[in-house]
Design a protein around this ligand. Structure first.
Ligand code: AGP
Length: 615
């Protein structure tokens, strides 16, 4: 996955492109580059490194007054991260330039054909192949750039979000997408392009999202012409008005996006509940559930499909749905589900959970389930994202942009939505006493305040973190609703501090993992006073007898575990189904502080990117 920006209009593109790339670095940051041009000159700048390094080399370049520019921040898929492979890429003629997000799966065949026609290549990228294919078609067919792009894309297999320009005709930009997102911002005598809308939020809130197999020609006079690449039919642009405020993508005073987003969770959950949890009226209102009520009432099975943290949220969903709605649930890794020729039965509901709405495996799994006849429901955070647009229906988490690569507020808002759906369906299916449902609704409305209180335990957790920043390994244990929390806590630690960590159902220890326990293996145990509490206490005693250090997440006022664990972090007493939202907060903070002590790049951990739009 990479970040693409572009601009055409009457302003200087450089500052627009550079600020845009900075906002997209969460999508990839191993190399970056921009091309700017006017009617007589063009200037290409590229570097292996982050966007800030690119801005430094721009300072030494002679200024040209361009009105068109394209830019790119990369996460390597073809070719190692270096200046040669950085985008923008040019065609052999030096006229055409491209920035590309995605993977051209048949690029090697195309490359061989082009080489046989005398083309040469300076990089290892599939993107350079594409821009030369466009050149070859334009020359051979003697056609205009947009038509050449369209013909070239009809030969391409794979995913792309591209911007193409001709520096000898800097009056237009050609953009196209299949599988990788592209947003077009409509400004005053200006048109903006981004992999999402954040690069141009402070210039315009009017956005057109390209759909798959669509391309657009953006003209210097502000005109947009969209058409379908396959059918050639013209498409009227659907303009959305974005609500996100600019500061919602700034760090807001916190040192890192991740810490900001951990602290944003009370607001994110409140925003997610807004208009849906109507405590005063004693009801839950979810339009998509109302619209497809019969689908949900007749469903014989729910299959969750997701990746990473969203998969952990899906696992919480399994406990919630089976408890509240008494329906069989399966939870599938999207990357496994998509290649297994999965069995989809009549009345199956497939729920795809994805913060970015762009995860390639989840999107592919969705399409397979859809082709097999399942009703597809989406839980996404990004409005207009590819997954959200492929579903039959769905619901958005209102977490706002999540910039930190480690998912935090997305997880808690995904669980919030799952609780809302479970309570709503329990009401419709009459599986839970109506008075008890009202109690759950009221308790849910109090969760943001409880999380607010929990974030105040950050200093205690920062102190605990100091004892474990040199650990080589760590085990996380939980039972029932808290088993997925153990998995999520382990993922947080490993992905930002690079400490190996594993999550386990607490009872599984005796089936092997307890052999790992010694004084060098810290163990985090979620030991809230819920089902099987006593068994968790026994697990803690077994671990303690093997001299391991124990960090315990306990219910407020717990005195039993406090006598056994080395460190205790209390969370407010809530119903069991709400503990995952609360128990995760201290684990997010614990991984954050350990990673900071270890000097890790918390917002952009090594090898990772925010949205995995490649397979
Ligand atoms: C979680 O902290 C990671 N960033 C990663 O596991 C992420 O949850 C996964 O890639 C799925 O992303 P999605 O929710 O955007 O589909």
């Amino acid at each position: 996955m990479c970040g693409i920006v572009a601009y055409i209009g009457n302003k200087d593109p450089k500052p627009i492109l550079m600020e845009g790339l900075r906002r997209l670095e969460y999508r990839g940051y191993d190399s970056a580059g921009i091309l700017v041009c006017n009617n007589s000159k063009s200037q290409l700048s590229k570097i292996a490194g982050k966007v800030n390094a690119l801005s430094k080399i721009l300072e030494n370049k002679t200024d040209i007054t361009p009105h068109l520019g394209i830019g790119h921040t990369r996460w390597a898929t073809h070719g190692i991260p270096n200046e040669i492979n950085a985008h923008p890429h040019s065609s052999n003629s030096g006229k055409l330039f491209i920035v590309h997000n995605g993977i051209i799966e048949n690029y090697d065949t195309l490359k061989m054909e082009l080489i046989s026609r005398g083309y040469s290549f300076y990089s290892d990228t599939d993107s350079e192949v594409l821009v030369n294919l466009i050149q070859e078609i334009q020359i051979k067919e003697n056609i205009k750039l947009p038509d050449a792009v369209q013909l070239a894309l009809n030969q391409v297999v794979g995913a792309y979000g591209i911007v193409v320009c001709d520096i000898f005709n800097p009056e237009e930009l050609v953009v196209a997408r299949l599988g990788s997102p592209l947003a077009i911002g409509l400004g005053e005598n200006s048109l903006y392009v981004g992999s999402d809308a954040t690069p141009f939020l402070d210039h315009t809130r009017k956005v057109v999202y390209l759909e798959d197999n669509e391309m657009a020609v953006l003209s210097k006079n502000g005109e947009i012409n969209i058409k379908n690449i396959i059918s050639d039919e013209s498409i009227h642009p659907y303009v959305e008005e974005l609500q996100w405020s600019l500061n919602s993508i700034q760090k807001g005073g916190f040192e890192h996006f991740m810490l900001k987003e951990i602290n944003e969770q009370p607001k994110a959950i409140s925003d997610t509940l807004r208009g849906r949890l109507l405590v005063g009226q004693g009801k839950i209102q979810i339009n998509s559930i109302n619209e497809y009520k019969d689908k949900f009432l007749n469903a014989k099975r729910v299959i969750f499909v997701a990746c990473g943290t969203s998969w952990h949220a899906s696992l919480v969903g399994e406990y919630l749905f089976e408890y509240f709605i008494r329906i069989p649930v399966e939870v599938e890794y999207a990357s496994e589900f998509r290649y297994r020729d999965p069995i989809i039965q009549k009345d199956d509901i497939v729920i795809c959970i994805s913060q970015s709405g762009e995860t390639a495996d989840t999107l592919a799994a969705l399409k397979i389930a859809k082709e097999k006849g399942a009703f597809i429901y989406g839980i996404c955070n990004v409005v207009g994202s590819s997954i959200s647009r492929e579903t039959h229906s769905g619901i958005y988490t209102h977490a706002g942009p999540e910039i930190g690569v480690a998912s935090t507020k997305a997880f808690s808002t995904q669980i919030t939505v799952l609780i809302l759906i479970a309570l709503k369906l329990a009401e419709l299916k009459k599986t839970i006493d109506p008075n008890l449902l009202l109690d759950y609704q009221f308790e849910l409305s109090q969760i943001p305040e409880k999380i607010e209180r929990l974030t105040k335990s950050a200093p205690l957790i920062e102190t605990i973190a100091k004892n474990y920043s040199d650990s080589q390994n760590c085990i996380y244990l939980g039972r029932g609703f808290n088993f997925p929390v153990a998995l999520e806590g382990a993922l947080k630690l490993k992905e930002i501090s690079y400490i190996h960590a594993e999550g386990y159902p607490a009872a599984e220890m005796k089936h092997g993992p307890i052999a790992l326990i010694d004084k060098n293996m810290p163990v985090v145990v979620i030991a809230t006073k819920k089902t099987n509490y006593q068994k968790v206490v026994s697990n803690i005693q077994e671990i303690k007898s093997r001299e391991a250090n124990i960090i315990a997440i306990v219910s407020e006022g717990d005195e039993t575990v406090a006598k056994l664990a080395n460190h205790v972090i209390e969370i407010p007493n809530v119903s069991e189904c709400f503990t995952p939202i609360l128990a995760t907060i201290p684990l997010q903070l614990l991984s954050y502080y350990i990673a900071i002590i270890r000097g890790c790049n918390v917002d952009q951990p090594r090898n990772l990117a925010k949205s995995v739009t490649v397979e």
